[in-house]
Write a protein that binds this ligand. Sequence first.
Ligand SMILES: CC(C)(COP(=O)(O)OP(=O)(O)OC[C@H]1O[C@@H](n2cnc3c(N)ncnc32)[C@H](O)[C@@H]1OP(=O)(O)O)[C@@H](O)C(=O)NCCC(=O)NCCS
Length: 362
Amino acid sequence: MEIQNFSTKNFDFINYINCSEQQCRTILHYRNLKDISKWMRNSSEISIDQHLSFINELKDDNDRKYFAVFQDNKYIASIYLTKSKGGLWERGIYIIPDFQNKGFATLIEREFITKIKSLGIDTLIAEIDKNNLSSIRFHEKLGYKPIKEENNYIWFILNENEMLNQIRLGGGYVIDNYAFINFTSLSIENKEEVLTWRNHPSIRKWMFNSNKISISEHLSFVDSLNNNIFKSYWKISYQNADVGCCYIDNIDYESKSGEIGLYYRPDKQNHSVFGIDFVYNIYNFMFNALKLNILYGDVKQDNSNSLSLAEFLGAIKISEYQYKGEKIYRLMISSITFNSISKESVCPRNYLKFIKNNYIIK
Ligand SMILES: CC(C)(COP(=O)(O)OP(=O)(O)OC[C@H]1O[C@@H](n2cnc3c(N)ncnc32)[C@H](O)[C@@H]1OP(=O)(O)O)[C@@H](O)C(=O)NCCC(=O)NCCS
């Protein structure tokens, strides 16, 4: 992402890499004040040489953008973005002490957000020390929501990303007679039920962790999904009958990609809805409801059912590797490929033809 200097109604935002040496020294002076640095992840004092070499590194760094904020040529704040997990941007901010509690952070943040939105950034993360109560209050007022606590920090998120809201808020989604209910919204009975499917030998054998999962492990896993914006699990029903599950893991919000997994309800595998229609509708959900652009999936070589269904729907093998003595294919499919397939062509006759041409007669 390219952002150089810019001005808003009230402030001039100067990229650190464009600051004069005198400005760099002023920034460092405030950065090293105890009341500012104590809230930094690296709270130790920084020397001018370290500071200048840090600024030098920023010149070639697309994943870190630091701005000094001036009003009438007076330095009053720094605000910065660093690329974080899953392609999300983490935002840091501090106001020099004499200017705190006067509404500056609120105004700077608002004007900064308007600018970065115009560059396509719709989500910000802030990782805040649990004891930094004024910062927590400030973020809450701006509309940031807490999503998880880790070590001594609380993660806050300010988000207008539709996909992230779908993942974060759980709930359900109905699309073409299929209902997708997030695991976090399931009743305890339903949670137990999806575990019995997952633990069935005919499903487990295709999983990378093929161990049986205990109910307590399962419940604490489902609970952990409440605080995880990088993975999401869904129970699927068709015309009100439960038919299976799907999930998306390692979500990257920048490329809108993730790793897909799915399994059928084992006692219903011969139901006519299974197979192509089931997988087609999961892809449809991921691409057209969750709005992902690319799906990756790892499938064991022997799992020809899964492989052929994915390839029939447009997935391609992009690499292969060995895992516990088995060959694994890494597959990829894009929303463009998937959406170019007509729904009518996704029928048993064409699938059988595809199998004959690609899997039996080589
Ligand atoms: C956290 C921090 C960024 C907040 O900046 P700030 O400029 O003081 O924030 P604001 O002034 O916009 O808002 C803070 C308070 O000022 C009040 N305020 C807003 N406008 C005001 C005005 N015009 N006059 C007087 N007070 C005002 C707000 O109501 C708010 O008070 P409240 O929380 O009790 O309601 C700042 O305290 C800071 O830099 N702290 C040290 C570093 C740090 O913690 N950074 C964040 C790390 S995640």
